[in-house]
Design a protein around this ligand. Sequence first.
Ligand code: GLY
Ligand code: MN
Ligand code: MN
Length: 472
Amino acid sequence: MTEQSGQAFWPTRSLTSVFAGRRRRLMERLAGPILLASGIRRVRNFRLNLYPLRSESHFLYLVGRHFDGSFLLREDDRWALYTAPPDPADTLWTGPTPGLDELVSELGIEVLPLSELSPPADCACLPPQDTEAADWLSQLLDRDIDAGMGAEVVDADAELADAMIELRLKHDDGAMAQLRQAATVTVAAHRAGMSATRGARREAHVTAAMESVITASGMTTAYHSIVSVRGDILHNESHEGQLHDGELILADVGAESLEGFAGDVTRVWPVNGRFSTTQRELYDVVLRSQLEAIEQIRPGQRYLEVHRTAARTMLQGLVELGICRGDPAELYERGVAGVFFPHGVGHLLGLDVHDMEDLGDRAGYAPGRERLTAPGDAQLRLDRDLEAGMAVTVEPGFYQVAAILEDETSMAPFADAIDRAQLAKFSDVRGIRIEDDVLVTDQQPEVLTAALGKTADEIEDLMAPASRGSAG
Ligand code: GLY
Ligand code: MN
Ligand code: MN
């Protein structure tokens, strides 16, 4: 098997010292007790038929392994994992699973039976994503704890949230190694998708080619794969569509590493292997926007400015194509970018694809900053000053979204700014997004997914039959 298929690559785990170091740094920031839930694996229809296990990211960050129905407790200088010992009755079905003693040596942490968990009532905690875990925490701590994204946190919980954000915003060596592994497999998956497209009849066939690389590398997908000829549906989850000559396919697919770190990459390629003139022209506009935005990724840069650079550069390109009329900076101020580029230029990347959005905008927005209201800007999920060690995505896109373009009321102010007849000539483009994962460094930004070509020529080469099996 070749490196390109991803099957020669097998990811590795961090040493236990990585997690011990994270727990120590968290302890240095907070004095009080902490209780973090692993989350609870959902049952499909009977006890041994379960949905996939994916632990809460804050728990995972400090433990390094997925657990079901378990808790991490910190009291004074001591950390302990509380989990259920293996049930011998399950061995028939699950094979042997590690006992608590084995977990101690595997994880480098004290491990105790769940039945012994009796946390102090003043524990700080964070809202888990599932209501069952939230209810369990509520019982354990005798107070109401809500579940889900953006649940309010106050007092000691807010201090814990801020301490976790401070740690997780800037990736340590262990996290960077995981991000690089996720990027490697993500790149291989995209190459496989491009190679598999000619000859494929449905989106599902391309999806299968991409996800098979991820599975064969021992990883999972970091989010629901978007593989669609309907690039105008930003997060289209369906893979049913048929592939037709002349269409573009948009693939937003990312691998998740063993310790839960995400890759998040989007490429767009022509079903028939060749961009039409109009597709290539718009592709080059989005690519220029992305490259200019990546240039802006440096310590001290406000991420909103990265977004604005992408939007203004895209408008410049649209003016050059005759789709927009006017000065790009003024068009941006008027909100024209949001017509074609209705989402933010990117987000934090880490243990989650939109890292720490379980805490709402607390992680993505620096204290005192709030979302803007203009369409496009309002969807921006990150507005911090960048610091070395942060990982972000850079993913501008151009879309022809019927719900936006056919909304006469919101389009009326732009009648002079958009040439609809010219736009109609580009009807073979529904959506183009180009997305890479970028690490902020003290020098040039490091594009973790740079090994995947993205110029129109590189994409066509990657799709050519001769490129199969090459390192491309
Ligand atoms: N894959 C989801 C996103 O790019 O935001
Ligand atoms: Mn993304
Ligand atoms: Mn994406």
